[in-house]
Each structure stands twice: as structure tokens, then as C-alpha cells.
Design a protein around this ligand. Structure first.
Ligand SMILES: Cc1cc2nc3c(=O)[nH]c(=O)nc-3n(C[C@H](O)[C@H](O)[C@H](O)COP(=O)(O)O)c2cc1C
Length: 209
């Protein structure tokens, strides 16, 4: 099966088979993919909470309009944006580049200044929105790599972010929930698994100039 075939195979899973759990290897493949996702300036100003605790899943389900994906999935990945992205965060990032690539930190000074200046010009809300956008890119990579490995997902934003933040204690970590993805394996009786994809026709979706 090509990757395109696998993207056709995947669908937003409404009901997972609660008896099927991801192996450690499968989970780590997904986490590797999320880690490798691109982000603006490479900042990755988000963290991802990996929920497997049934009690926490139950609480999250209540804060997500009771959607059953949250309790039937093997794991829930909660993408949470950093709320306090500042020059100290950028400094750490630049230190990491210098160390990882073994380059003189001084050669990165302009890059650091540019990023810090851009960030300081943003209002708090705009900065958090920017970080949330990066979460969606990581989500897209997750969904794609999961499909490649025959793992089901459901991207979801139908939840109460403030309640998620409270349940997961995210405020104290300087984080706020952006988007979530239950992951696992589809239930046999999930009706939508066989539904034909509905997409805008190419002539409507694409504008060739
Ligand atoms: C950002 C985002 C948020 C979504 N939120 C929900 C959700 O809260 N509940 C749900 O059942 N599906 C949710 N979906 C799934 C979409 O409805 C689904 O991806 C879309 O209808 C296309 O169908 P397919 O993914 O099965 O091909 C969401 C998808 C995305 C990308």
C-alpha cells in the first residue's frame, strides 16, 4: 500500500477497540514522528501530554462532550502550547543548536535576536495562537505517520480547553491545550470506517496560476 492508499484507509475514528493497545514500539514511533515535526523557527513551543491512565481519560471525556474516542483509545495525545514563550526560551533553544551542531554560539546571535524581537512584538494572545498553530502541524505529522503504520487516530478540537488545562494541571506548567488526538485501533462496529471520503474536488480545491 502506498502512503496515499494509507491516507485513504485512515479516517477520523469515532470508536476505538478499547481492548487493543499500542505496543511500546508503536507508541515510540508516533512520538518520534511528533518530535520530528517541523515548527516555525524550529522552536517547538509546545509539549505533548501522553495520557494512558483510564481515570484521566474518563475525566477528559467528560470535558470533550462525552465523545467516546477518549475512553476507547489506547492513548490520548494532548498538544499543549507554551503560554510563556520568551527570550529565555529562545536562549535555551539557541544553546541547544550550538551544542547539537557543534557550532560557535556567536554565529547564531543574529538568529536569536531576530526570533526574540519577533516574539516580543507579539501580544500574549497572538503568541499563544502562533504556538497553537505549530501544534496543528505536529498533529498532521502524527496522523500521517500513524496511518503509515496502520494506527488509527482522531484529530479533535471538540473539547473544553480550560477544563483540559485544569484536569492535566497545565497552567502550572505554562501550557494550554490546543488540539488532541486519541490514538489506537478502530472498533469493528465503527460505522464510519467504511464510509467513502468526502473531499472538495481538485478543480475546486486547487487554483493553478
Ligand atoms: C483540527 C480537527 C478537529 C477535529 N475535531 C473533531 C472532533 O472534535 N470530533 C470528531 O469526531 N472529529 C473531529 N475531527 C475529524 C474531522 O471531522 C474529519 O477529519 C473530517 O470530517 C474528514 O474526515 P476523515 O478524517 O475521516 O477523512 C477533527 C479534525 C480536525 C483536523
Amino acid at each position: 500500500m502506498s502512503l496515499l492508499d494509507k491516507l485513504n484507509w485512515r479516517y477520523a475514528t469515532k470508536k476505538f477497540d478499547a481492548t487493543k493497545k499500542l505496543s511500546d514500539e508503536q507508541l515510540h514511533t508516533l512520538l518520534d514522528a511528533v518530535q520530528l515535526a517541523p515548527s516555525s523557527a524550529g522552536l517547538q513551543a509546545y509539549r505533548v501530554i501522553v495520557v494512558s491512565d483510564p481515570h484521566v481519560k474518563e475525566q477528559l471525556r467528560e470535558a470533550a462532550r462525552g465523545q467516546q474516542q477518549l475512553t476507547t483509545a489506547s492513548h490520548i495525545l494532548v498538544f499543549a502550547a507554551e503560554t510563556g514563550l520568551d527570550s529565555a526560551y529562545v536562549k535555551n533553544y539557541i544553546d541547544r543548536i550550538a551544542q547539537t551542531r557543534g557550532v560557535d554560539r556567536a554565529t547564531l546571535a543574529l538568529f536569536e535576536t531576530n526570533i526574540s524581537n519577533n516574539i516580543s512584538k507579539m501580544e500574549d494572545e497572538a503568541r499563544i495562537t502562533w504556538n497553537k498553530k505549530q501544534c496543528y502541524i505536529a498533529l498532521g505529522v502524527l496522523v500521517t505517520v500513524a496511518a503509515e503504520h496502520g494506527i488509527d487516530t482522531c484529530a479533535m478540537e471538540g473539547f473544553d480547553a480550560a477544563k483540559f488545562d485544569e484536569i492535566l494541571g497545565l497552567k502550572a506548567l505554562g501550557l494550554t491545550t490546543a488540539v488532541i488526538a486519541p490514538v489506537g485501533f478502530r472498533a469493528e462496529d465503527d460505522g464510519l470506517s467504511k464510509a467513502v471520503k468526502v473531499r472538495r474536488p481538485k478543480e475546486e480545491l486547487f487554483i493553478h496560476i
